[in-house]
Design a protein around this ligand. Sequence first.
Ligand SMILES: [Fe+2]
Ligand SMILES: [Fe+2]
Length: 283
Amino acid sequence: MTGTYNIDTLLDGIVTLPSLPSTVNRVTHLVNAPDSSLSDVAKALQTDPALAIKTLRLVNSAYYGLANKIISVDHAVALLGMKVIKNLVFTATVFETFNKGTGALLRHSVSCGVVMRTIIPSVPGFDDMDTEEAFVYGLLHDVGKIIFEQFLPKEVESAILLSRTRGIPVFEAERYVIGVDHAELGGHLAQRWGLSKELVAAISGHHNLAACTLEAARPLAATLAIADFICNACAIVSVPGATPYLPEEMWGTAGIPIASYPRILHAFFDSLGTVDELIELQQ
Ligand SMILES: [Fe+2]
Ligand SMILES: [Fe+2]
């Protein structure tokens, strides 16, 4: 039995995917363009004062642990570099979208970002990925759930109930009730936002590696699944009462040495305070 929609019918009138503000698009474009300078990026960000202020608040949070307070966008860009700023701007924007959803989902997503930031140096082949980029992976992995909550709240309720009564993972229950799960929908949103094909694939495959749209990104999808599991196992769940679930194959695909786990968990517990701070900053 499958639900009413497939991804095309869902996007064709039921669900409207949010678009990114033009400033974020401009900053992303500049960061990716080979001939743009730091001051071009700073200027683009300053055209949106609300976003510039949010970015500075993030930069100055304990999460980044900088010794001196940064008071200007120019300084932030010069100190942190364009790539970090791009991810910060992106994070500030995504929080706006999350504020439309439930607090539980926001806490789960930020926590998953923090785990990803901690775990990525232990993932073979991805150990040199920028930790801020890894944070964005965690932050966005369940973005499809926000869209579901907004457009299909009754169906989401039924899926959660079904997941509890049958003891099946929420994404599977979504497929029964809606026909599409939040990972597939989130992958579409990431694609619409012009995010990297690795990120699109990792979001799409974070509950089911067969749905990962890029072979090279499978370890990232598996790492996201593990980060998600760690948050759920620590009771930082996106859906109250959800059973922590992790397919066996995720461990081998991520390739994280078992010996790394105590350190990863330790670092995550140490960062829990910054999760609260990041959430408060945005409210
Ligand atoms: Fe998920
Ligand atoms: Fe999740």
